[in-house]
Design a protein around this ligand. Structure first.
Ligand SMILES: *Cc1c(COP(=O)(O)O)cnc(C)c1O
Length: 450
């Protein structure tokens, strides 16, 4: 098939969609094609899969319902308060947004919070836009150690015109190499050092690093995309208290709210630049239905965060140990595998991350390929790792016993070469008894283990 113009998307899938639409006899049929695809996903991913994607979290029934609330069609841009808004009629929207901000402050024990970021990525752009100038030097962790494009030259940091130098990282301990950082940082004198990774297994020496860079006025920016829920619950570490100037993150990863972004900070001097970078620079109408949903997820975090996040980490450790015992080498095994919701397997010997993730998908077990420290950045499409996360299985009420069961299925496919389709039938059967989402006001805590 020839393309008239280049597409970044898989041309075969776009051609298939065109075919479906061309075969429709009315626009209503076209709508039905969309609804049918949504329903297929809900049945498969929602009811029949074991979803182990580390950045994915199922929202509570109330949060999900709020995403279709009436307020979602209302336009509100700018800061809270009638005098700050362009549009009239925002009286109750102001209430919702103010509640959201104050709930976020409580959840993160922070003096300031922003609720308007439509993605964690936008939060990172806001930080770079507010706290750096083009040409500035920053430091961040490279992708094979877990770094995210938003803090590297191929993402917002690069678009801002920043020069990015690597934070030295210990590939065995899976932590910042503090001794080396002590030597390198004074030569670079970075304005910002971005910490917090996509593959985050262990905490960062925020305090020590912030003291080192304070000498030339450098600041720590903590990108807590994955760890926001853990941080809110007081597990993992508390970046603002340990010296980070600002923290961003995704609301839809461990925080288990609507997919979007959060930004919190304590220093009043940062309020104007950071808020200005959000509006009018990066966000106008900021989806008030999502803001309401975010506010409720913050309330859920206050009530259930401790129990939910503790179980998430226990499940991740149990899954790591169970996979390790079944012959799948795990990163950080000598340190208890993880202090977060993630564990990472080395699967180069089993065909590589892409192939293993595809095999497991045929077994209805959803994971993602991931770079591991021995990969080169250009291996990004065929890396040697597999990342697994425990947010969704935990919210469905699963505990250590179920992690053993899941590890069994993974090992049967990956290590023993069993046909994924036989495992899939067992997975579908198993999922039948795990359909309720817990750790929220709708359903409370999961029932105790029998
Ligand atoms: C996921 C992730 C992001 C991007 O967050 P979105 O909410 O998906 O835009 C940024 N930084 C890190 C470290 C991440 O893991």
């Amino acid at each position: 098939m020839t393309e008239e113009y280049p597409e970044v998307h898989d041309p075969a899938l776009l051609a298939q969609a065109r075919q479906i639409l061309d075969a429709c006899s009315s626009a209503k049929e076209m709508q039905e094609a969309v609804l049918a695809a949504v329903a297929r996903n809900e049945q498969w991913r929602g009811r029949e899969c074991i979803n182990l994607l580390a950045p994915e979290a199922p929202t509570s029934p109330t949060v999900r319902a709020l995403l279709s609330a009436e307020v979602g069609i209302r336009a509100a841009e700018g800061h809270i308060g009638a005098m700050n808004r362009w549009f009239a009629g925002t009286r109750h929207i102001d209430e919702i947004e103010a509640l959201c901000i104050e709930l976020l402050k409580k959840a993160f024990r922070a003096r300031y919070a922003d609720h308007r970021l439509v993605a964690g990525m936008i939060g990172n752009m806001a930080v770079y836009s507010a706290l750096t100038e083009p040409g500035d030097l920053i430091m961040s962790v490279a992708q094979p150690f877990g770094g995210h494009s938003s803090n590297r030259s191929d993402g917002p940091a690069g678009v801002r015109g920043l020069k990015v130098v690597d934070v030295p990282f210990d590939p065995v301990e899976l932590e910042v190499d503090l001794d080396l950082f002590r030597k390198v940082a004074p030569l670079v004198r970075p304005k910002l050092v971005a910490l917090g990774l996509s593959m985050t297994l262990f905490p960062f020496p925020i305090r020590a690093m912030s003291e080192i860079i304070a000498e030339w006025g450098g600041r720590i920016f903590f990108d807590g995309a994955h760890q926001l829920g853990l941080i809110a619950a007081g597990l993992f570490q508390d970046p603002l208290r340990e010296g980070a100037a600002v923290m961003t993150g995704s609301a839809g990863k461990t925080f288990a709210g609507p997919q979007s972004g959060i930004m919190v900070w304590d220093d009043p001097a940062l309020t104007r630049p950071l808020a200005h970078a959000v509006f009018p620079v990066l966000v106008a109408t900021h989806q008030v239905n999502r803001v309401a949903a975010l506010a409720v997820s913050a309330a859920e975090m206050l009530a259930f965060g401790q129990a939910f996040m503790t179980q998430i980490v226990e499940n991740a450790r149990a899954l790591g140990a169970a996979l390790d015992r079944r012959g799948i080498p795990m990163l950080g095994a000598h340190k208890g595998y993880t202090a977060t919701q993630q564990v990472v397997a080395r699967v180069r010997a089993f065909g590589g991350g892409l192939e293993v993730a595809r095999m497991l998908e045929r077994a209805n077990i959803i994971t993602n390929k991931n770079l591991v420290p021995e990969d080169r950045p250009e291996d990004w499409d065929r890396p040697g790792g597999l990342r697994l996360g425990t947010i969704e299985v935990t919210r469905l009420g699963m505990r250590q016993r179920e992690m053993e069961q899941i590890a069994d299925w993974i090992a049967r496919v990956v290590v023993e070469g069993e046909a994924p389709e036989t495992v899939r039938d067992e997975v579908i059967e198993f999922r039948r008894s795990f359909q309720t989402l817990y750790y929220c006001f709708d359903t409370g805590l999961p029932p105790p283990e029998d």
